[in-house]
Write a protein that binds this ligand. Structure first.
Ligand code: GLN
Length: 484
């Protein structure tokens, strides 16, 4: 048996009980990566020596009784847009191919304080823009269940690594679904917290008003435990919030009897794959059997979420990415004449085409002649979407639906038509626009054996409810096992 086939909580327990050491866990994870990642390409950077050194140090602290938490000694993979001090952080872009951050993200600091061993940096869509991990400058990652298919994106490397048993858990980031959609495609469990719950300090910004870091793991318990570690108010991030209650694992103790679950009728129209739709409705039945009250309702405005999201996310991206100019860090073009040409050549050569598309789109919607027509209108739409969710959550505890309209597409299928790819985010982006927490967990397979994910959305600050429903569902059905 490989130790990375255990969940993080199971592995952490064995380490606490001195059954195995943090060093053995790290060695097993590294061996798995060596064995499987040549094909899967889920990792961009792994510094094996540093991992072992850190595991040895953690093991000493465990033996001295200084680290007693549930994840002490557990190897955790980190998406490559989250800064790690001294460990290269590329955002899967040529423009940051050599960037070694002088500091760690707050989320990474918190993991390390809890005794986690950072295993390496995972592959992603360039600057988290994409839904397949194919826009990575380091080549696409592959889906462990079928290597001809994508793992989803943009946190495809993190989700693929967890599904492949290269690690028990990982960090991802979610701006418009990038934790939930690849979790769905890879058959793992991923949670996007309420906006402001996890500090964004050290997360390289895509759409700052939408971005959240969150856990990806093999079960709901691990997600709850990781979120307990990650959630904090951080003075270094002005949008981070003080949460009254962050003992998320407590929520797993309550059953779903009497819980009110709403299914948006408008999620089940044209465009949803039949097998996926059926699996989701079966999933709802599982919760109904356990005493939840399940009914359909009209959420409204569903068709407006994608255009509003792409306008806002691109606007923020175009501003956030202005800092990559060849002066301060990362790649700089080799030959140029004067400062302006240096900027132009650096950015032309350093960014990939999807990133350039977003910068152009974002600059366009923010330009003076179009600001009102596009950007302001998108902000108004965002407010209306938030209101639609407020109405829904006055009636329901949890909203249940698919995470993606279909299972993982084949490699190369999506990039041909970016607009079509954007439409695939229909079920995930509205949670980011409204700041809501969402979890995606496995709920079956399609005819080809590819995983299908069930998404549960909660009102702001109600991670407890989605965790509670997700845990009840998981207990009733399959747990997402590592592939063999
Ligand atoms: N697919 C979406 C996009 O490309 C979401 C990405 C994300 O959540 N980082 O913008």
């Amino acid at each position: 048996m490989n130790l990375t086939d255990l969940t993080a909580a199971e592995l952490g327990k064995k380490i606490q009980e001195r059954e195995v050491t943090a060093v053995e866990a790290a060695r097993d994870a590294l061996a798995r990566i060596r064995e499987r990642d040549r094909d899967l390409n889920c990792f961009i950077t792994v510094d094996e020596e540093a991992v072992i050194r850190r595991a040895e140090q953690v093991q000493k602290e465990i033996e001295r009784g200084e680290l007693t938490g549930p994840l002490a000694g557990v190897p955790v993979a980190v998406k490559d847009n989250i800064c790690t001090k001294g460990l290269r952080t590329t955002c899967a872009s040529k423009i940051l191919y050599n960037f070694v951050p002088p500091y760690s993200a707050e989320a990474v600091e918190r993991l390390e304080q809890a005794g986690a061993v950072i295993l390496g940096k995972t592959n992603m869509d360039e600057f988290a823009m994409g839904s397949t991990t194919e826009t990575s400058a380091f080549g696409p990652a592959r889906n462990p269940w079928n290597r001809d298919h994508v793992p989803g994106g943009s946190s495809g490397g993190s989700c693929g690594a967890v599904a492949a048993g290269e690690c028990a858990c990982a960090l991802g980031s979610d701006t418009g679904g990038s934790i939930r959609q690849p979790s769905s495609f890879c058959g793992v469990t991923g949670l996007k917290p309420t906006y402001g719950t996890v500090s964004r300090y050290g997360l390289i910004a895509y759409g700052s008003s939408l971005d959240q870091i969150g856990p990806i793991a093999r079960d709901v318990t691990d997600c709850a435990l990781l979120l307990e570690i990650l959630a904090s108010q951080d003075p270094k991030d002005s949008t981070s919030l003080r949460r009254e209650e962050t003992r998320f694992a407590q929520a797993l103790k309550t059953d779903v009897k009497g819980m009110k679950i709403g299914i948006p009728r408008d999620y089940f129209g044209e465009g949803l794959n039949g097998e996926v739709g059926k699996a989701i409705l079966n999933g709802a039945e599982v919760l109904r059997d356990q005493g939840a009250l399940v009914e359909e309702f009209d959420l409204s405005l569903v068709d407006y979420a994608i255009p509003a999201y792409y306008v806002i996310a691109s606007a923020e991206a175009s501003s956030n990415l202005a800092r990559f100019d060849g002066v301060k860090y990362g790649f700089r073009a080799e030959a140029y004449e004067g400062l302006h040409q240096m900027y132009k050549k650096t950015r032309s050569q350093g960014f990939g085409s999807e990133v350039k598309r977003r910068i152009m789109l974002g600059s366009f919607v923010l330009s003076s002649g179009y600001y009102d027509a596009y950007y302001l209108k998108a902000l108004r739409t965002k407010a209306l979407i938030r209101q639609a969710f407020d109405r829904a959550f006055s009636k329901y505890d949890v909203i249940l639906g698919p995470a993606a309209p279909a299972t993982a597409p084949r490699l190369g299928e999506s990039l041909k038509d970016p607009l079509q790819m954007y439409l695939g985010d229909i079920y995930t982006v509205s949670a980011n626009l409204a700041g809501l927490p969402g979890i995606c967990l496995p709920c079956g397979r399609d005819g080809k054996g590819l995983p299908i994910g069930l998404q549960l959305l909660g009102d702001c600050f109600r991670e407890d409810r989605i965790l509670q429903a997700a845990y009840a569902f998981e207990q009733a059905g399959e747990r997402s096992g590592a592939y063999v």
